[in-house]
Design a protein around this ligand. Structure first.
Ligand SMILES: CC(C)(COP(=O)(O)OP(=O)(O)OC[C@H]1O[C@@H](n2cnc3c(N)ncnc32)[C@H](O)[C@@H]1OP(=O)(O)O)[C@@H](O)C(=O)NCCC(=O)NCCS
Length: 168
């Protein structure tokens, strides 16, 4: 797999995969995913990449197709933290792509952005996502109340973290 900085050329593939309810259900993506949502989202986040606040990549896999998206948001400066997010299109599940993409993005966060820690907050019941984080070297910090506007406060999140020391 190769990670490509997200670009308007990725919009069609992102749109096709992101509108699947199996993808939107456990991510903060809007539900239902709107027509034109991917193009809007990519245009909206490019200035945040310029500002160093968010770095998102498309996953280009062996067959030349885009399989999913991974990135870090809420990026602080060197020595700070960021939050990892990712999803893989349903036809590509179970091939190790999310794990590979998370490992590469964590390498980017520590190696290129010089961050001190990366956090992730899957829904408590999202077993596949939690397994991805464990395989990528994250540790479970605790179970916390939902902080995302998409879901009710009763939903719970599993807080995972990897520190620079864990990484090295
Ligand atoms: C979660 C998601 C990213 C995983 O992507 P993927 O490319 O299939 O992940 P990988 O193949 O790298 O690894 C999946 C692991 O989870 C395991 N798994 C799958 N379903 C599981 C479940 N219900 N409970 C526990 N583990 C599960 C797999 O067996 C595999 O572990 P293994 O290698 O030890 O066998 C993908 O399913 C997805 O995008 N889901 C919808 C969006 C989402 O939830 N994104 C994450 C938001 S935090």
């Amino acid at each position: 797999m190769r990670l490509e900085p997200i670009h308007p050329d990725h919009a069609d593939a992102v749109q096709r995969l992101a509108r699947d309810p199996l993808v939107t259900a456990t991510t903060t993506l809007p539900e239902p995913y709107p027509d034109g949502g991917a193009a809007w989202w990519i245009a909206d986040l490019l200035p945040r990449r310029e500002a160093g606040e968010e770095h998102v990549f498309a996953m280009r896999v062996e067959d030349g197709e885009i399989a999913g998206v991974v990135g870090v948001g809420d990026v602080e400066g060197p020595g700070g933290s960021a939050e990892l997010g990712y999803w893989v299109g349903v036809p590509y599940w179970g091939r190790g792509y999310a794990t590979a993409a998370c490992v590469m993005t964590v390498d980017f966060a520590f190696g290129w952005l010089s961050l001190a820690e990366v956090n992730a907050y899957p829904l408590l019941e999202n077993g596949a996502s939690r397994r991805v984080l464990e395989k990528a070297g994250f540790r479970l910090e605790g179970i916390v109340p939902n902080k995302y506007p998409k879901w009710s406060p009763e939903r719970r999140l599993a807080h995972y973290r990897i520190t620079r020391a864990d990484w090295s």
